[in-house]
Design a protein around this ligand. Sequence first.
Ligand code: THU
Length: 132
Amino acid sequence: MSDEELVKRAFDMHRFSYVPYSKFPVGAALLCADGTVFTGCNVENAAFGSTICAERTALLKAISEGHREDWTAIAIAGQGEDYCWPCGACRQMLYEFAPGLRVIAARGDGDFQTVPLADLLPHGFGPKSLVR
Ligand code: THU
């Protein structure tokens, strides 16, 4: 699947976002090597800290359906003028399963940029860091 198509899948998730507080819908689409795509949206909560981002929604769907390995890219689509880069918590959770992942961040007008996750989380702490 092309990056453009993956970004479209991410934008398409805005319709499911639950964002009564921020009014900022975010969609994500996580591509696996076998072509499977797991999508996600942000889901907010009146207890603000319980909000979950679109990326982690997609990640949890993949893990909970047995797709733990071979992720190739994640597209993230926001609405603003800035590219929607993943927050720190999402970077860390993605790094656990796919330190080599490509991250595609889109802004509201559909333009997007691509960077390796490792550039967004340099010297990341992952499963290998725990080997004694
Ligand atoms: N959000 C995401 O879903 N992903 C990001 O990469 C950045 C932030 C959500 C969380 C919250 O619902 C809203 O955007 C505003 O922070």
